[in-house]
Structure formats: structure tokens, C-alpha cells
Design a protein around this ligand. Structure first.
Ligand SMILES: Nc1ncnc2c1ncn2[C@@H]1O[C@H](COP(=O)(O)OP(=O)(O)O)[C@@H](O)[C@H]1O
Ligand SMILES: Cc1ncc(COP(=O)(O)OP(=O)(O)O)c(N)n1
Length: 269
């Protein structure tokens, strides 16, 4: 069975973070492992508290995973401090981790800041260059490219600039901000739009986590990057279209829709 590792924060409400990653990887027929960066106390209406693990304990979790079951892909989500980012970069380099998908999580849709200002610099210098692909939304891409994004044209310029500067492929997500759900992939020899029909569902908690862990699952299964993204887009569209409605705010998606369908069917031994 193919395996994937999620390095991310825990979301007590189960819609985003580590919990979304485990659900997504499992529904995609991949064995999920985790290294927790922080506990968050949150629900569908917001984040009330964050408790980070120590960098040494994060490194210890990574050691135990890599020395035993080497992951076929790694997804990185919420990492709130520079010291934690350093610990991850050191370990991923030491173990020569492959198929790294980095979601540069900065601010939750509910408005909570999930990374410190100073850590963004370390993310740029240490972690982004290790990634096969990064998956910023528009505000995150604006921070990475240092430009405003107001149109599809702006998305193309920003994605090309990020690819040129950091050397990793970029999937720039149009999702929350522009009217359609079209995402743009720019990488070595590839520039491709992935068109998504906007689904009229206010419950989008964890969409970024789900998309990035679906991409990591597909890379773990051996798909090329553009096919991995195509399949991940289909997965998230299905999870949104299932129209789960839980909680008092922006609720989570339904991963059960994928059980016994094309995503799990391809489990490889
Ligand atoms: N209402 C929606 N309908 C269809 N796809 C969506 C919708 N909202 C987000 N997406 C898709 O979900 C994925 C995650 O994007 P986004 O929600 O922008 O991430 P983030 O949670 O990081 O802000 C992208 O592929 C985006 O196009
Ligand atoms: C623990 C944790 N990690 C990440 C997020 C943000 O999730 P994401 O899917 O990027 O976006 P929204 O859920 O905010 O749409 C989180 N909330 N918690």
C-alpha cells in the first residue's frame, strides 16, 4: 500500500488540518501517517487557541516515521513558527523526502493567523525550495510574489514569478476569491488551468488542506503532477458537492462520498 505523511496542525472540529488530511488520504486509498505541529482549539466559527509542539518533539515524530515507514509523499500544512519550519526542513533534507506538497497556510478563512510574520521568511528560504509543488490561495500568493492579484492575468504573472524565484511548481488556487473555482499550475514545462465549476456551498472549511493532501495522495500513487492535480480537483468537487451541513459557521466537507469509488479503487500494494 502506498503511504503519505501529513505534517500539520490538529483541528479539533475535524474539518481542516491533520484530520482533513487523514480523511482525504484514506478516501484516496493511501495509508496516512502524521507529525503534529500544533494543537488548535477551533470549530466552524473560528480558532480560539493554538498550542505548538516543541521543535524537538516534531523532529522526534519525523524520525520515528521516516526510520520505519518511508512515506511515498509528504504534505505540509500549518507550521506556525520559524523554529518548527527549521526542524521540518532539516529532517526532510536528512531523509531525502520525496513528493513534498506544501500548502503555505497563513490565515484561516475564519480570519485567525496561523503563522507568525517572521516565520514567513523562513518558510520562503528553507521549506518552499524543498517542495515539488506549493498550493497558495490568492492572499498567500500575494505575500509570496509581493504583487496584487485581481484577475486571471495577475494569477499567471504571480505564479510564474513564484516558480522563477523558488524553483518549485505552483498551483495557484482561485477558489475563495475570484468568481470561478479555476486553479493554475505553473512548473517546469507546464502551464495549465484546471477549471472547476463553482459549487454553491458555504461550507468550505478545510478546502485547502483537502486539496493539498489529495495531490500528495495521487503523487504517492505514482501519478504525474498534472494528473495528480486533475484528480485532486475532482475529489474536492465531489466532497463539496455532497453538501454536508454541520456546525454554526463554515462547515466541513463530506469525505465519505468517495468510499468505494474511483479514488479508493486504485489502492496499490
Ligand atoms: N465553492 C467552491 N466550489 C468549487 N471549488 C471550490 C470552491 N471553493 C474552493 N474550491 C476549490 O477548493 C480548492 C481549495 O482552494 P481554496 O478554498 O482557495 O483554498 P484555501 O482553503 O487554502 O483558501 C481549490 O481547488 C479551489 O478551486
Ligand atoms: C489546523 C489547521 N490547519 C489549517 C487550517 C486552514 O485550513 P484551509 O483548508 O487552508 O483553509 P480554511 O479551512 O481556513 O478554508 C486550519 N483552519 N486549521
Amino acid at each position: 500500500m502506498r503511504t503519505a505523511l501529513s505534517i500539520a496542525g490538529s483541528d479539533s472540529s475535524g474539518g481542516a488540518g491533520i484530520q482533513a488530511d487523514i480523511k482525504t488520504m484514506t478516501a484516496n486509498g493511501v495509508f496516512a501517517m502524521t507529525a503534529v505541529t500544533a494543537l488548535t482549539a477551533q470549530n466552524t466559527t473560528g480558532v480560539s487557541g493554538i498550542m505548538e509542539v516543541t521543535p524537538a518533539f516534531l523532529a522526534e515524530q519525523l524520525d520515528r516515521v521516516f526510520e520505519d515507514i518511508f512515506p511515498d509523499a509528504v504534505k505540509i500544512g500549518m507550521v506556525s513558527s520559524a523554529a518548527l519550519i527549521e526542524a521540518i526542513a532539516d529532517k526532510l533534507t536528512e531523509y531525502k523526502a520525496k513528493n513534498i506538497v506544501l500548502d503555505p497556510v497563513m490565515v484561516a478563512t475564519s480570519g485567525a493567523r496561523l503563522i507568525s510574520e517572521e516565520a514567513i521568511d523562513t518558510l520562503k528560504k528553507r521549506l518552499i525550495p524543498l517542495a515539488e509543488v506549493i498550493t497558495p490561495n490568492i492572499p498567500e500568493a500575494e505575500v509570496l510574489a509581493g504583487t496584487e492579484i485581481r484577475s486571471a492575468d495577475d494569477m499567471e504573472k504571480a505564479a510564474e514569478q513564484i516558480f522563477a524565484e523558488y524553483g518549485c511548481a505552483v498551483l495557484l488556487k482561485g477558489g475563495h476569491q475570484l468568481n470561478d473555482a479555476n486553479d493554475l499550475l505553473v512548473g517546469r514545462g507546464v502551464k495549465k488551468w484546471f477549471e472547476g465549476k463553482r459549487i454553491d456551498n458555504p461550507n468550505t472549511h478545510g478546502t485547502g488542506c483537502t486539496l493539498s493532501s489529495a495531490i500528495a495522495s495521487n503523487l504517492a500513487k505514482g501519478y504525474a503532477l498534472d494528473e495528480a492535480v486533475e484528480r485532486a480537483k475532482r475529489y474536492i468537487s465531489g466532497a463539496l458537492a455532497a453538501m454536508l451541513d454541520l456546525g454554526h459557521g463554515s462547515g466541513p466537507m463530506d469525505h465519505a462520498f468517495a468510499i468505494d469509488n474511483e479514488f479508493t479503487a486504485e489502492r496499490k500494494n
